[in-house]
Design a protein around this ligand. Structure first.
Ligand SMILES: O=c1ccn([C@@H]2O[C@H](COP(=O)(O)OP(=O)(O)O)[C@@H](O)[C@H]2O)c(=O)[nH]1
Ligand SMILES: O=C(O)[C@@H](COP(=O)(O)O)O[C@H]1O[C@H](CO)[C@@H](O)[C@H](O)[C@H]1O
Length: 386
């Protein structure tokens, strides 16, 4: 059964009875499927209306937990909430590095570098260094990135005493050795229609609030295969692997709209304490390890609109999923076998006009015993005598 709750930033309170977020002024805490709204669009938007209420048959008895609801309300914002002038005021002597991991991204890396360079290095002094780490490209990635104005470093030239291995996490880890920002922002190099507010958005909470340590971007994800566009079809590994796993084992992280998203920023003091899986497990591991190290309240997410990128085929996504599973398995083992009883609620998100809508679902987690152990069955099949 699903529960449907729009979210992002409108006045909400947590209902002590239902452990759900409800709209301020709505005292009916006992109503099944109490509505909540946490707005992710700009705070300039006005008013809230019935879009925030559950309608129809979709009501259920579960909702996001008190902790996640409170976090969504307090730690979700939109890129429009972080205008550059405000960030420049807050930046003072904080150094900001932007890092793009890149493996054969000659088609897209140049435009991304150009936008960051023009708007955030030359027009305003927000980004202090812009580095592309080449992950072993066989195309023109390095030349294109350098021509567009990035400092390009090849993974093999970083820490040569330790030969580099394949993978995205590997180059993100190595990037810490060739950058010096107090805040490091990572941006995937395969984005299309890139805009500077991907960077300003994720920097916003870090530059303005010393208690924030990691900020992830959230966005709509169209799936574009040839001429076919499925508006919310992207993020396939996110929806089929990462989100269910995180919900089951680390339900505190259920509020992240894009847990695998490659656009995030963090304080160096945090990053330097984290292990980095060398492959695609890095984003999942970073969320889980950051939660453990500094807690949910030190994490935030910012709505940056729509993210378009080059998609991998299913085989590639299968390998990505395996790397994520490996990182999760390692962390479950580290936690000492599996945590007591995995959570049985899955939180998913849908975009509507006000922001992202939270939908929680009870998952079918119950197992029945072997039928041969059920007395009625044994009686019926005369197993009792056997
Ligand atoms: O071994 C790798 C694999 C990926 N990447 C980079 O990591 C980002 C995201 O990876 P990818 O594009 O493969 O994932 P997708 O976005 O297709 O799901 C991109 O900038 C890649 O060039 C990398 O630097 N090294
Ligand atoms: O979320 C996912 O399922 C995958 C694949 O996304 P698509 O199904 O190709 O839109 O994308 C994730 O992994 C990539 C590599 O690290 C990142 O670039 C994406 O930001 C991330 O969401």
């Amino acid at each position: 059964m699903a529960v449907d709750t729009p979210f992002a930033g409108w006045p909400v309170r947590v209902c002590p009875v239902r452990r759900a977020i409800v709209v301020t002024g709505d005292d009916d805490c006992n109503r099944t499927g109490a509505a909540s709204i946490i707005r992710s669009t700009s705070r300039d938007d006005k008013g809230w209306n019935d879009r925030g209420r559950n309608t129809g048959d979709d009501r259920g008895s579960s909702n996001v937990t008190h902790e996640v609801g409170d976090w969504l309300r307090r730690r979700s914002s939109a890129a429009a909430d972080w205008p550059v002038d405000r960030l420049l005021d807050a930046k003072r002597d904080t150094r900001v590095s932007v890092v793009l991991p890149a493996l054969n991204e000659a088609a897209t890396v140049g435009d991304i570098v150009k936008v960051i360079r023009t708007e955030l290095v030359e027009r305003v002094p927000l980004v202090d260094e812009l580095v592309v780490v080449d992950s072993g490209s066989t195309d023109d990635t390095s030349r294109v990135a350098a021509d567009a104005g990035a400092r390009v470093v090849h993974r093999d030239d970083i820490l040569p005493a330790l030969p580099a291995v394949r993978g995205k996490g590997e180059v993100l880890w190595r990037s810490l050795l060739v950058t010096d920002g107090d805040i490091v922002a990572f941006v995937d190099a395969d984005l299309k229609d890139f805009s500077a507010d991907f960077v300003t958005g994720i920097l916003g909470p870090l530059l303005t609030d010393p208690s924030v340590q990691l900020v992830k971007a959230m966005y709509d994800r169209p799936l574009e295969i040839g001429d076919t566009i499925v508006p919310a079809g992207g993020g396939r590994v996110t929806e089929l692997v990462a989100r269910p796993l995180l919900n089951l084992h680390w339900p505190e992280l259920a509020g992240f709209v894009q847990p695998l998203g490659g656009e995030y920023a963090a304080r160096r003091t945090l990053l330097e304490q984290l292990p980095f899986p060398c492959g695609y497990g890095i984003e999942t591991a970073m969320l889980v390890d950051t939660l453990r190290l500094v807690g949910l309240d030190a994490m935030a997410q910012v709505d940056v609109g729509v993210r378009r990128h080059n998609h991998q085929d299913e085989a590639g996504l299968g390998r990505m999923a395996a790397e994520i599973l490996r990182a999760v398995e390692r962390r479950l083992r580290r936690a000492g076998a599996h945590p007591a009883e995995p959570n049985t609620v899955l939180t998913q998100f849908e975009r509507d006009e006000t922001g992202f809508r939270v939908r929680t679902h009870d998952i079918a987690a119950r197992e029945r015993p072997p039928m041969a152990t059920v007395p009625e069955y044994r009686a019926r099949t005369r197993l009792v005598e056997r």
